[in-house]
Ligand binder design. Structure first.
Ligand SMILES: [Zn+2]
Ligand SMILES: [Zn+2]
Length: 297
């Protein structure tokens, strides 16, 4: 059974529609797909319909942008109740913060004599709930200012670069609580990112586990083989679920093909048990994955 628990669509910064993603997942030989757009559940309905048609198990999730210890931290929330108002309101604040910084980014790019307009960004962000830096980056590619999205981030949009603008940051600790209250299960996405172990220590992660963190995304393209081994040990010590995912963005991110990393079936089962327990504890309205897994091949 092939399980990929972290992917994006045009509802955030991927390049595929939710149903295109579902069909691509089937073509890639996946049995279980986690849909985790940034800070939005907008892709869930279309993806659920498409998944039911093709017999793919869809795990509805959100990758929530938070901050912890002065750095950005992405939290994957699986199967939260989308109607739980405090979580929904926090997602709105995050999305507003993301869109409202775009004009400020454009101002900074204009100061650098780059003639990008709000219309250019709008055309790069058709269908998304969260216009943000990736769409500014795509517009810069279209304008020929940079060759690809990564270059736009490296030269202009990352912290410390000339067109970077800060925005509202949700607290990781607060979001962990909200996801739990919404009957969801929180897994830390790419905990060490490209920073390696300097990102978060075992002590930091232990503290988060005490606050409800259920798992670590160990197998991610941003983690070296050494980092994966070290994180796997930490997860074992702390009793955290180990996941692996592609973080697929369609054509929006190179080297993140569907299924390039996967989650072990027994770890997936642990995650779904935790989701069922969390939903029962909160009386959450979130449904379990809608379609039973296809027989393993
Ligand atoms: Zn992420
Ligand atoms: Zn992601």
């Amino acid at each position: 059974m092939r399980i990929d628990l972290h992917t994006h669509t045009r509802a955030s910064d991927g390049t595929q529609s939710p149903s295109e993603l579902v069909h691509a997942a089937v073509a890639a030989g996946l049995d279980v797909l986690g849909l985790t757009d940034h800070d939005t559940t907008d892709g869930w309905a279309e993806a659920s319909t498409a998944a039911a048609e093709v017999g793919l198990t869809l795990v509805r999730g959100i990758e929530i942008s938070t901050r912890h210890l002065g750095r950005g931290a992405h939290l994957l929330a699986y199967l939260p109740d989308p109607t739980y108002a405090p979580l929904d309101e926090e997602l709105d604040r995050i999305l507003d913060g993301r869109s409202s910084r775009v004009p400020a980014i454009l101002d900074k790019l204009h100061e650098l004599d780059i003639p990008i307009t709000a219309g250019d960004v709008r055309r790069a962000s058709v269908g998304t709930a969260a216009t943000g830096r990736p769409h500014v980056a795509d517009a810069l590619v279209t304008l020929g200012v940079v060759g690809h999205r990564d270059e736009a981030f490296r030269r202009f949009l990352n912290p410390g670069m000339p067109a970077y603008v800060d925005r509202y940051a949700a607290s990781l600790v607060e979001v962990l609580r909200l996801v739990g209250e919404a009957g969801g299960v929180p897994v830390l996405a790419h905990p060490w990112g490209r920073n390696g172990p300097s990102g978060m220590t075992e002590e930091n992660l232990d503290e988060l586990a005490g606050l409800g963190l259920a798992g670590l995304e160990v197998d991610h393209q941003d983690h070296s083989p050494e980092d994966r081994a070290a994180l796997r040990d930490i997860a074992g010590n702390l009793g955290l679920v180990v996941t692996g995912s592609s973080d697929h963005h369609g054509a929006g991110k190179v080297d993140h093909e569907l299924g390039c990393n996967t989650t072990a079936p027994e770890e997936y089962d642990r995650l779904m048990e935790l989701a069922a327990t969390s939903a029962r504890a909160t009386g959450s309205a979130a449904e379990p994955p809608s379609v039973p897994p296809a027989p393993s091949s």
